[in-house]
Design a protein around this ligand. Sequence first.
Ligand code: FAD
Length: 434
Amino acid sequence: MAQRFQLGDNVKIAIIGAGAAGLIAAKNLRDIGLFQVEVFEELDSVGGTWIYQEDLSTTGYFQSSMYRDLHTNLPKEIMGFLDFPFDDSFDASSFPSHQVVLNYLVSFCRNFRLYELIRFRCFVRNISKLEENGSIRWDVTIYDSRRQQEDKKRYDAVVVCNGHYTKPFIPKIPGSDWFSRPIIHSHFYKTPEPFCKLRVAVLGAGNSGVDISYEIRRVASKVSLCHRKCAVRKTLSDNLEECPTIEYLDKDGKVYLADKSTLQVDVLLLCTGYEYDFPFLDSSCEVSVQDNVVFPVYRHLIHAKYPTMSFVGLPIRILPFPLFDYQTRYLAAVYRGRCELPSCDKMLAEQQQQISLLESKGCKKYYHFFADKQWEYCRELADLADGPTLSCAVQQVYEDAAKFRKKEPEKYRRRKYVIYGKGPKDWRVFENQV
Ligand code: FAD
């Protein structure tokens, strides 16, 4: 049986994290006017990933993956939240630096008066579920590092927005135990200088792998970008080559590739992605992460057994801020009783079915990878929440930028996108603007 879920008035909602996901969740849930929203943030400022932390040894649990010279890989013209354009007043370039994105998030926060909802330097240590008068409630244990005090508070709903670029995924590569060269994950990559004059193997050709390879090659003696989709070694430029993936590592920096050729390297840089991690959810929350799948979540968002717990921002290969906006508008519509949820059994069965299908194809770990399916997902959520729909222009600019990024990884950021409407032809791109 479908459930119409209504949280009632004066309901207390805890949001974990004040990155982009937590901020838009706070706005969309607060704007309904029925809920008391409180955001807990471990750091002393908003922005999460977009805060560049030069020295990770001094940070707490949250460590940003941001690197010094990073510029966005998506045009800012499509990156912003639905009601707060990321326009040229922030920066004229379509691909600004991380600092500009941080400025955008800070302005968003000021503009919508979100600061008053956030409790900074409050680290969520534990969340546990309990039943009170027949309803599910959540006990949230917070450590306030300013007051050096632990506090426990009870909430009717919890929205988890802790990000998923904190726990590096380290693949098991045979030989890594005796490989006598440093193995570093991209999470810890900050600047190219330490790679000066070195021979570097980069494993993984996602956005970070490609971007960092091109950064490092400016100072390194050689960069070999190794990945599964490459069958034959080929030179990309004087000191940068593309190689088949790594099969095993030998002593003295020798790397064996899938085509049986070898590399001699001084350092191995893993750009192999991240794992979902919710160290603060205790077993009563009944949430598990297996093979990179968060279970049980309905529509990659709502706890299928206990819908007052939700997870914003799980999908990967997406247009993040708008997708978080659609997710939280839908969440707000569900919590105020405007959208029905299927029965708990149906929600569980739906996710199980999707996972089984991927498992049969050997690609369960891509469950939260969206890419092309993000558009249908966003439009469906917009429809359900009766909100603004995603424009064709945004989708087309995303696709155009992705195509050009793949073709010209070093030059794509010189382009300038202009969007002047919502229709499929309402945008232009100008070459060599920077
Ligand atoms: P985060 O930004 O990680 O925020 C999570 C927040 O939760 C943090 O502030 C953290 O301190 C807090 N937190 C975590 N645990 C706790 C706890 N227990 N208690 C209290 N607080 C806690 N997106 C784009 O749109 N364009 C790009 O060009 C782009 N480039 C990227 C480049 C890199 C290298 C990376 C890693 C990501 C990039 N992204 C990009 C994606 C980016 O991650 C998202 O845009 C977005 O910032 C994610 O926001 P989030 O709120 O989900 O997570």
